[in-house]
Design a protein around this ligand. Structure first.
Ligand code: G3P
Ligand code: MG
Length: 476
């Protein structure tokens, strides 16, 4: 199994603790600053290094070593991440119509006269990241709305150019998230074209029955795990409702208690821990995850003599360290930060490196699953069960979207509406198709490459295919 050392992340080993004074800032770059130079203090030399020792546990999903230097992900069970053999069956009506029956009829006549362009349109596809590409939280990125409308058929052929949404977000059911996104983006989004970080993790239901599931708003994640087929889903609030003292710094409201499903957890043996989304109660979630990692074979409140031999597995749905939100300042911390904290705590307590599995972009399993979703989406919209050859990943995070797309052999487009705010391209994970101000520019450039520079991004409702033929079927 590949292992990482400090050199992989561009950090030096922590210096030995010494008697350096934080006041010696001039000569000691990197020393901790002190608030002021008050003369009535005594400086006691630190006995521990001020340099965090968590750096060695950060892996490639978090701090983006270059693709060149990548040696693969570090996953607990060999290197395998189970994904479902085929995409799940939709719980939504997935037939997306761009403009009604008469338009579809007219469009099919136009398409009959532009066979080459039609073939090219069906031979390309987009995989869109959501946060920082299509939206910031629940605020749409305006250019994204236009891009989706164009791909849904508002183009000179009236044709649907296939696209899927591939996000490291999560925390609620695919159905709920697609309904929300359809409103935010003003375009119908089907669950059949949608993958969130934990979607492929439904495969784990075949391996584990009793799972602790963490993350997300309220207790929505319970429904997600139950829909995936996990037989016995435990939410951290269930454990708090059984014994609130398990987490001294808990957040636990009356509403939480009303929704919780307490049981006698002293009698329950957990099979696995699943972190599906960002924690809303770090104190409780960290405590319970640590409790179970340290327990004897997943038995709550026990402590194993050998924490490695009897440790149950822990899975994280994605590894992003930061993500763009509606906050005006720098990107905010996300699940990767939570995971690194758990890794550091585990190492500090046991002296042993935590082995764990991380799904989500840029993990290969997620892209492999995306292929299957795209293939079946092609069947739905074009009645062709095949994968388009020219796939474009549009993302804002070089370390996940672009890195994963590059490794998977897709075309990659980096946009400036999210995490990436750098220069010409990202140094470590450069987008191979280019950097664009926003998703609309990326989409237009890719479509023009595949369908011709003159391709029109607007459907012309007055088109008469018999009169206009192949050349003048749309307006600008
Ligand atoms: O928590 C990170 C997640 O929200 C990122 O989502 O759509 O940028 O992959 P996305
Ligand atoms: Mg993003």
């Amino acid at each position: 199994m590949p292992r990482f050392d400090d050199a992989d992340f561009g950090v030096d080993a922590a210096p030995a603790a010494g008697a350096r004074s934080p006041r010696d800032r001039g000569s000691l770059a990197g020393s901790l600053p002190i608030p002021n130079d008050a003369g009535n203090t005594v400086e006691i030399p630190a006995t521990r290094s001020s340099i965090s020792d968590a750096a060695q546990f950060m892996h490639n999903l978090s701090i983006s070593p270059s693709t060149r230097d990548r040696r693969g992900s570090r996953n607990s069970f060999g290197t395998s991440l189970p994904i479902p053999r085929s995409p799940r069956v939709s719980r939504l009506s997935s037939v997306v119509t761009a403009g009604g029956a008469s338009r579809d009829l007219l469009a099919s006549q136009v398409q009959d006269m532009s066979k080459e362009k039609v073939a090219a349109a069906k031979n390309m596809a987009f995989a869109f990241d959501i946060d920082g590409v299509l939206a910031h939280g629940n605020e749409p990125i305006e250019e994204a709305k236009e891009a989706l409308k164009m791909l849904n058929g508002d183009n000179e052929l009236g044709i649907k150019i296939p696209y899927i949404l591939l996000t490291n977000g999560g925390g609620k059911t695919e159905t709920a998230r697609c309904q929300q996104l359809s409103e935010v983006l003003d375009s119908p989004i089907s669950t059949d074209q949608f993958i969130q970080s934990h979607t492929p993790m439904q495969a784990l239901a075949e391996y584990y029955d009793t799972v602790l599931v963490c993350g997300g708003e309220g207790q929505k994640i319970r429904e997600v795990a139950e829909n995936y087929g996990f037989k016995n889903v435990v939410h951290p609030k269930d454990i708090l409702a059984w014994d609130p003292t398990v987490s001294p710094w808990r957040c636990f409201s009356e509403e939480d208690r009303a929704e919780a499903k307490p049981r006698d957890f002293s009698k329950i043996k957990f099979d696995a821990i699943l972190v599906f989304a960002d924690s809303r109660d770090y104190a409780t979630d960290m405590q319970l995850v640590m409790d179970l990692l340290l327990a004897e074979d997943g038995k709550m409140l026990t402590r194993a003599k050998d924490p490695v031999a009897s440790r149950i597995p822990v899975y994280f749905s994605q590894g992003d360290l930061v993500f763009p939100t509606d906050h005006k300042g720098p990107p905010r911390l996300t699940q990767g930060a939570f995971r690194i904290s758990i890794e550091a705590q585990y190492k500090a307590i046991t002296g042993v490196d935590l082995e764990r599995v991380v799904y989500g972009k840029p993990e290969r399993a997620t892209y492999t699953y995306a292929d299957e979703v795209l293939r079946s989406w092609m069947e739905q919209i074009h009645n062709e069960n095949r994968l388009p050859q020219n796939i474009y990943m549009v993302g804002d995070n070089p370390a996940s979207d672009i890195c994963g797309g590059n490794m998977y052999g897709w075309n990659t487009c980096l946009v400036r509406t999210g995490v990436f705010q750098g220069g010409d391209n990202d140094d470590n994970n450069p987008a191979n198709f280019g950097v664009f101000p926003n998703v609309l520019e990326a989409v237009k450039t890719a479509v023009r490459k595949e369908l011709g520079q003159e391709f029109k991004f607007k459907w012309n409702p007055k088109v008469n295919p018999v009169l206009h033929g192949d050349s003048a079927s749309a307006i600008e």
